[in-house]
Design a protein around this ligand. Sequence first.
Ligand code: SF4
Length: 322
Amino acid sequence: MTFETPATRRVLVARPRGYCAGVDRAVQAVEKALELYGAPVYVRKQIVHNTHVVRTLEKRGAIFVEETEEVPEGAIVVFSAHGVSPAVHREAAERGLRTIDATCPLVTKVHNEARRFASQDYDILLIGHEGHEEVEGTAGEAPDHIRLVDGLGAVDTVEVKDPDRLVWLSQTTLSVDETTETVTRLKERFPNLIDPPSDDICYATQNRQVAVKEIAAEAQLVIVVGSQNSSNSKRLVEVALDHGADASHLVDDASFIRDEWLDGVTTVGVTSGASVPEDLVDGVLAHLAERGFADVEEVESVQESVRFALPHELRKDLRAGV
Ligand code: SF4
């Protein structure tokens, strides 16, 4: 197949993109557990929402399960970056499982806020997506106090105990703009609604959205590398469409790109979600280069230097040379 290659064809690559500190830590936790204790290491749910990462870890000896009851008694189980509810910790303890908790510290922060506000008898409006693992984990911290607000449509229907003792929290991977709008509408309905002490939408989600806005303003097409179940990746597609891109698609890897998407396009934007390894972006850039998009420019919007230490259970065994 031959492709037209006008000199004007270019690619703008957003920075920051790809792995965040929480994903890096969670993936390393499984890798280190496999090195330290040997296969199999069980992982409850996808360690991060990326099919390539999951398949790679499976090849190395990780076994992914949906629930702890599928893990043999006494085995090692890693909890994913999205966090788990206290009930899951209890079940694991009852079954004598050795747990490694790879919950992102920024998700743990939201859990702590939920517990604190619940202990002060606040109702908590949790803005997030129903059924998402992170939302289930956070809601499980204070089931009697948390009311889920899934999108703007839920603002008018959510019921609360006391409108004067109300706080909102959110999932860490939402659209910043959409969440701001949801909070504005909630405050119109509940004027005494209070804000959380700090942003729940994490630095990585925010930074990737800032970066995609910058490239979307100049690109007709924005390709977001990420899996369909990755919340932060899906938000990047929405943000790109809201900020100037004519089209935007979420792809697991280069093989999902359709040539017709490139018809008449001179500038393609590329970014990736927080759970996406960089080699998948490299594959997309190589695929585009073969189609005449060889002029690649990286557009840096924000510098990132956040890193998290490995889960304490692993650090202890690594120090002890287990
Ligand atoms: S996206 Fe944010 S909250 Fe989720 S793992 Fe990464 S840093 Fe943590």
